[in-house]
Ligand binder design. Structure first.
Ligand SMILES: Cc1cc2nc3c(=O)[nH]c(=O)nc-3n(C[C@H](O)[C@H](O)[C@H](O)COP(=O)(O)OP(=O)(O)OC[C@H]3O[C@@H](n4cnc5c(N)ncnc54)[C@H](O)[C@@H]3O)c2cc1C
Length: 394
């Protein structure tokens, strides 16, 4: 095929991985462009460290251009429209044409979907939120801390539980043992439901050991910031002194306005190739990472379908696969790689210990998740993983 242009929307985990992998597979006449509205990439897993005052934003972030391999063009701009029939992407400064398109725009947070939440709750799910929460926590002298997960799906399913364990450790270290009481209220049936009942039991056990209360199947209908209480759809209520929420997630507006999403609000993709499923003529369009919905073949209960969790490791793996798919299309070959549903996550348990869990999500009759016992070596593994993500390629 003559010279092509692949445009990658979003320079996060998925976009960077797709761009760098594709650059390795194609010669220089094939152009690769990455568009992102901000110049810096940051590792989501570092936000709990910001919340606890252990790292700064600079220490968990890197310039995107430094992470992109030579020969990849980076454009700092907001994507305003994705055109399929004319194969263009609109930016404020003009438009770009594409032959292949990768949508890697991640998930936006929209606290307004729960009335009162934006005004009343802190969050560590954004960098600015984690920075503000750090200041609050430094002043906090005790009381009821509610961690609220009002809606699913949300990125990194272990993160709220990890935050609870880390906060518990921080409160003990700061002399607040017994004075600060932690509780988790979640719309989920169990922690990390897609990872299976054993993982859920394990996390519940870790919470119970620390007297962190756990309330599943609580979908929040509103937050009354004046009375400091969360009201749930089943009529029950929770009082708090400090509210920390995981804001509801949704696809970015430019994606919701496109033809690629289905009733879930996310982009359905082929689980192996990450090609978008709709509309049918979008054959050169792929989507990766948090912006997608990837149905899983297996299920624990016949009536409950599962989808792949939203996590950076999956976005990164998706990016590699998409690069192979696109390169094969350009070079007239059969793609030699397909997504296998495998990934891992680290759950920090406090005191510089972590547990790594390996998941195989395309298994039948249900996903398989294997974990070890928390230790310092797995915590160091996590630090190495973060360091690798931030290491410049040029
Ligand atoms: C507290 C926390 C802890 C986490 N811990 C882990 C962990 O331990 N392991 C793990 O694997 N994952 C973890 N994650 C999840 C991980 O960060 C995300 O799943 C990952 O970032 C998704 O990658 P992505 O490429 O799909 O999207 P992102 O990395 O979010 O990238 C999307 C990019 O698109 C850009 N963008 C969006 N809209 C536009 C637009 N209109 N125009 C231009 N640019 C736009 C954004 O600026 C962003 O850079 C964690 C997340 C949080 C919040």
């Amino acid at each position: 095929m003559s010279a092509t242009t692949t445009v990658i929307l979003g320079g996060g985990f998925g976009g960077i991985s797709a761009a760098n992998s594709l650059r390795r597979l194609l010669t220089a006449e094939h152009e690769i462009v990455v568009i992102d509205e901000s110049s810096r990439f940051h590792v989501g897993a570092g936000k709990t460290w910001i919340m606890l005052g252990e790292r700064t934003y600079d220490q968990i972030s890197q310039l995107r251009v430094a992470l992109l391999a030579p020969g990849i063009r980076f454009v700092e701009a907001k994507v305003q429209n994705i055109g399929l029939s004319n194969r263009t992407v609109s930016l404020e400064s003009g438009s770009l044409n594409w032959d292949f398109l990768v949508i890697a725009l991640g998930a936006d947070l929209n606290p307004a979907r729960v009335p009162g939440l934006a005004e009343a709750a802190h969050t560590f799910y954004t960098v600015e939120g984690a920075q503000r929460l750090k200041v609050m926590l430094e002043r906090f002298s005790g009381g009821d801390v509610a961690i609220l997960i009002p809606r699913v799906p949300f990125k990194c399913p272990p993160a709220p539980y990890e935050a609870a364990l880390l906060l518990h450790h921080a409160f003990e270290s700061r002399g607040l043992a017994g004075k600060a009481r932690l509780a988790i209220y979640t719309a989920e049936g169990a922690p990390m439901a897609t990872a299976g009942p054993e993982m859920g039991q394990y996390i519940k056990g870790e919470l119970a050991q620390r007297a962190i209360a756990f309330f599943p199947q609580r979908s929040a209908s509103r937050v009354d910031g004046t009375a400091q209480r969360v009201v749930f759809e089943d009529g029950s209520e929770a009082r708090y002194d400090l509210l920390i929420a995981i804001p509801p997630h949704e696809a970015p507006k430019v994606v919701r306005d496109s033809q690629f999403t289905n009733q879930s609000g996310w982009i359905p993709v082929d689980p192996q190739t990450l090609q978008v499923k709709q509309p049918p003529d979008a054959r050169e369009v792929y989507a990766v990472g948090d912006v997608t919905i990837v149905p899983l073949p297996g299920r624990y209960k016949p009536e409950i379908g599962l989808s792949l969790p939203k996590a950076g490791v999956f976005a990164e793996a998706h990016g590699r696969i998409v690069a192979h798919q696109i390169a094969a299309g350009i070079l007239g070959r059969t793609p030699d790689e397909a997504f296998d549903g495998k990934g891992y996550c680290y759950l920090e348990t406090g005191a510089k210990r972590a547990v790594k869990a390996d998941g195989s999500f395309f298994e039948l009759p249900h996903p398989v998740m294997q974990k070890r016992t928390p230790d310092e070596a797995q915590f160091r593994d996590k630090l190495d993983w973060v360091e690798r993500l931030l290491r410049p390629t040029r």
